[in-house]
Design a protein around this ligand. Structure first.
Ligand SMILES: Cc1ncc(COP(=O)(O)O)c(C=O)c1O
Length: 421
């Protein structure tokens, strides 16, 4: 399942090195340094599944193998990742593991696509969704206890519960997004994963914001990790892809069936680009995160800005937790201004920042999240999400500062602006 040269010892490299070294072709005179782009929908063989493991491109293809090996290694999994056609395809495959009558416990401020997907699947498949403030550890544990109790009641034949098949542990799933999109709440990952495991509840973590460089949830006992590869892993806003990583062979098999039978597969070129982009993740993230820290600090002191959310700020509610459990604070910052109109005006006034959705690319993006009707109403109307890129931080600040002045009438020095642009 991996392209690692068996003659080379199993490496114990740091993640920065794994990013660069993983899944290279075997070393041979004249061999390519990079895996090739494999363009074939079918593979030669006379047996039902030929010896290579490749038969038909919807099930498995060498176009995916190097990327899946590299990402599995980065997330500290013993098994290769499974790449999907988008982050949401990966998420939907994981959500489909919750059976009829089961329960999904999900952060109120998860990525809005995940929330919508969960609601739709729940209605169709017949499971329930319990919404929690993922930063409130006691509340999440109480929600888990509620499920376990309900399941026990159903198992004991309580007619008030409509759980009829296989109630208990595996019928529940805790979904963790940390930091959350777009509110940047930080979950107590070790405590929540341990609590879920103690109750036999499966845990899936959306690790898109943090990347495996900042946290590796499988090490804490999570069952599943998902990524929108579209974001930091690919890193250049030029592909849409997703992935799931698990250490559990049974779960991996179920997800493989889900991918093969629903057909939400990735194209060879996109996966090749994602591996190419992933090689530079550590330097991209290091610069983006340093920029994010500086911008968050400057925004905190900026007249016209009501609130800044960034776990790297000592005053942020997630700071202590993030300092303990993450190797860095990431490069997404959210800040609020008084009104939706002001926020929109800022997004329209920037010249260097790009007003667009998505995140994790080398270029800096800005977006008022409530412009999406599906964004939860608890996200402030005036909240702008920044995906901080790798440009020079002073250029980013000058552009943002000027846009805030233009939109709010407040100058950076605390004096009201003379004119509104
Ligand atoms: C945290 C998070 N997870 C998942 C997704 C969905 O990924 P994709 O757009 O690749 O389907 C997104 C997209 O914005 C996201 O921000």
């Amino acid at each position: 399942m991996t392209t690692r040269d068996p003659a080379r010892p199993t490496p114990t490299f740091a993640p920065e090195t794994v990013l660069v070294e993983a899944a290279r072709p075997p070393r041979a005179n004249g061999a390519s340094v990079n895996p090739p782009i494999e363009l074939s929908s079918t593979f030669i063989g006379t047996t039902e599944v030929n010896d290579s493991g490749y038969a038909y491109g919807r099930f498995a293809t060498p176009a995916w193998t190097p990327f899946e090996a590299a990402l599995g290694e980065l997330e500290h999994a013993a098994l290769p990742a499974l790449v999907f056609g988008s982050g949401l395809a990966a998420i939907a495959a994981v959500l489909a593991l919750v059976p009829r009558g089961g329960t999904l416990v999900m952060p109120t401020h998860s990525y809005q696509g995940s929330l919508q997907s969960a609601q739709e699947l729940a209605a169709r498949a017949g499971f329930s969704v319990v919404s929690v403030d993922i930063a409130d550890t006691d509340a999440v544990i109480a929600a888990l206890d509620g499920i376990v109790t309900d399941d026990a009641a159903a198992a004991a034949g309580d007619s008030s519960g409509d759980v009829t098949e296989d109630p208990g542990a595996a019928s529940a799933m805790l979904w963790i997004e940390s930091p959350t999109n777009p509110m940047l709440e930080v979950a107590d990952m070790p405590a929540l994963i341990a609590a879920a495991r103690a109750r036999g509840v499966r845990v899936a973590v959306d690790n898109t914001f943090a990347t495996p460089l900042l946290q590796t949830p499988l090490d804490l006992g999570a069952d599943l990790v998902v990524h929108s590869v579209t974001k930091y892993l690919a890193g250049h806003s030029d592909v849409v892809l997703g992935a799931v990583i698990t250490n559990d062979p049974t779960l991996r098999e179920l997800l493989l069936t889900e991918r093969s039978m629903r057909g939400a597969i990735a194209g060879p070129f996109e996966v090749w680009l994602a591996l190419r982009g992933m090689r530079t993740l550590s330097v991209r993230l290091e610069r983006a995160q340093a920029n994010a820290q500086i911008l968050a600090e400057r925004l905190s002191d900026r007249a016209g800005v009501v609130e800044v959310r960034y776990p790297g700020l000592p005053a942020d509610p997630g700071h202590a937790r993030a300092s303990k459990q993450m190797a860095g604070f990431g490069a997404i910052v959210a800040f609020t201004v008084d009104t939706a109109e002001q926020a929109t005006a800022i997004a329209e006034a920037v010249r260097l920042w790009t007003p667009a959705t998505s995140l994790g690319g080398v270029e800096s993006l800005i977006e008022r999240r409530r412009r999406h009707a599906s964004e939860p109403s608890s996200v402030p109307e005036g909240l702008l999400r920044l995906s901080v890129g790798i440009e020079h931080v002073d250029d980013l600040w000058a552009d943002l500062d000027a846009a805030i002045t233009a939109a709010t009438g407040e100058t950076g020095d605390g004096e009201p602006a003379a004119t509104l642009a």
